[in-house]
Design a protein around this ligand. Structure first.
Ligand code: BES
Ligand code: MN
Ligand code: ZN
Length: 497
């Protein structure tokens, strides 16, 4: 799908399809609909009066213009009640219109961007592109049958009227493209099965991104990780035949900019290890590298947007499998921090690889550390599939996340990190154990990670719920979602504001 900006008025623009939006039951047609309606001799206002199109949220209707307009067809999309309208609904409306147009087999359309609500043209353009691209995303890479039945929109033209508007729209378009391409890349990696997306492939992907977007990359092999003392990461990785990779990607290395570390859990398949999981739904555990995918995607977008940071992306990548070489319950591991951990369950592997990754991130003396991980099933029980579990040791960093969360619609909800929970992690034989109780499982996971960040401002995002979903959402199809990517990019974009 190619999206570009052109100068033109919707009522004068010849095209196969013109897309227009309306709020629910407006007194008067508003925005671009108004001028098109006039040119169309009141057709749209008449059909709305008759109730043939109400403007309800996500409503979509197709009309033929029969020569009354230069456009052959018009699709009307509903935005719902004006007073309830926001960016999130707008992204959903763009997605739903895109899905409707695609499913009807139409390949190109034009859409006029003109300010008609509180939202600026830049916001309208960026979020339209984001909602549209994310909504029509499909993962078809491995489908070989009936490929000719795959429907795709090929071309979208955003219409602007004045030169300065065209510039603003073009800028919003570019940002929307960068952000949605990053999210879609993360989705591809998450949807890719573990026999395709191995730690080695993640490392290659990091190298490729580093090369294309001018970043530094370093991949520690298992032997190197072992040599520097990453006892926890190595313990998890050694049970698998697929070599583990400790991936470090750096953007703006050596520049005098604030350093932020992004740490992502990269378990390319989580069988549970010796503490093996039940086989039902085990296939979902290919998504256990969603944190790493989000870090990779955020780094790519940050570089393309030229955000003024020194970013360090740290992605410990490995499978978690049982074998004769696998680590076992009862084992005691020495982490990179020097602290020791008694393994109670080999299925609590995420916190182990993250503990070494968090310690490693301290080498860069970051101003802030943000980690993303599909860490606990308990977080899904607590918050469901739509909400990220949010933990942290620093109020202002937490607020940044919450603000970005409300802007992007990637909901995140705070859970406590009180020291009381640490009681559950006391061990008889080591500094602490890797598992507490089932109760408060998500919090206990976070409390464990907290032991590895010292006093650095840190936030932990448990994305176990939203990383992949069974039931589609307005602009998030089933499967891998790219959770956290838009949220992180927004945090970085708003940092200095
Ligand atoms: N990757 C899982 C967490 C998970 C579960 C993500 C379900 C998405 C859906 C993680 O490694 C894990 O197995 N966690 C255990 C922790 C427990 C052993 C303390 C869990 O949640 O059961
Ligand atoms: Mn696990
Ligand atoms: Zn896991």
């Amino acid at each position: 799908m190619e999206i570009r900006v052109e100068k033109g008025k919707p009522e004068k623009y010849p095209c196969e399809l013109l897309l227009l939006f309306s709020f629910e039951c407006p007194e008067q047609p508003e925005g671009p609909i108004q001028t098109v309606d006039m040119e169309w001799k009141g057709f749209i206002s008449a059909l709305m009066k008759q109730g043939d199109f109400k403007g309800e949220l996500f409503e979509t209707r197709l009309f033929y213009t029969q020569g009354a307009l230069p456009a052959k067809r018009v699709v009307l999309g509903g935005l719902g009640k004006k007073g309830e309208f926001d960016l999130e609904k707008w992204r959903g409306a763009a997605s739903k219109a895109g899905q409707f147009i695609r499913n009807a087999g139409m390949k190109r359309f034009a859409f006029p961007i003109r300010k008609w609500s509180d939202l600026s043209e830049a916001e309208l353009a960026e979020s339209f592109v984001t909602g549209l691209r994310l909504g029509v995303y499909e993962f078809n890479e491995f489908k070989t049958l009936e490929r000719d039945k795959i429907k795709e929109i090929e071309e979208v033209v955003l219409l602007g009227e004045k030169d300065e508007e065209i510039k603003i729209i073009g800028d919003g378009l570019r940002k929307g493209e960068i952000i949605s391409e990053a999210v879609c890349m993360a989705r591809d990696l998450v949807n890719g099965p573990s026999n395709q997306v191995t730690p080695t492939v993640l490392a290659e992907k990091a190298r490729e991104i580093a090369k294309v977007y001018g970043m530094e990359v370093q991949v520690l092999e298992l032997s190197q990780a072992e040599a520097i003392g990453m006892g926890a990461f190595v313990a998890v990785a050694k049970g698998s035949q697929e070599p583990g990779k400790f991936i470090v990607l750096e953007y703006n290395k050596g520049k005098e900019l604030e350093t932020i570390a992004l740490v992502g859990k990269g378990i390319t398949f989580d069988s549970g290890g010796i503490s093996i999981k039940p086989s039902e739904n085990m296939d979902r555990m290919k998504d256990d590298m969603s944190g790493a995918a989000a870090v990779l995607a955020t780094m790519q977008a940050a570089s393309r947007l030229q955000l003024p940071f020194h970013l360090v992306g740290i992605m410990p990548a490995t499978e978690n499998l049982p074998s004769g070489k696998a680590y076992k319950p009862g084992d005691i591991l020495k982490t990179l921090s020097g602290q020791t951990v008694e393994v109670i369950s080999t299925d609590a592997e995420g916190r182990l690889i993250l503990s070494d990754a968090l310690t490693y991130s301290l080498r860069y003396q970051p101003k802030a550390i943000i980690d993303l991980a599909t860490l606990t099933g308990a977080c899904v029980i607590a918050l469901g599939n739509y909400v990220i579990g949010l933990f942290g040791n620093d109020e202002s960093l937490l607020k940044r996340i919450e603000e970005a969360s409300s802007r992007t619609g990637e909901k995140a909800w705070r859970l406590p990190l009180w020291d009381d929970y640490f009681d559950y992690l006391k061990s008889d034989t080591a500094d602490f154990r890797n598992v507490g109780t089932r109760a408060a499982g998500a919090i206990i996971g976070a409390v464990f990670l907290n032991k590895f960040v010292e006093k650095v401002p840190w936030v932990h995002l448990d994305i176990a719920g939203p990383a992949s979903i069974e039931k589609e959402r307005p602009y998030i199809p089933r499967g891998g979602t790219g959770a956290g990517v838009r949220l992180l990019i927004q945090v970085l974009r708003d940092w200095g504001k």
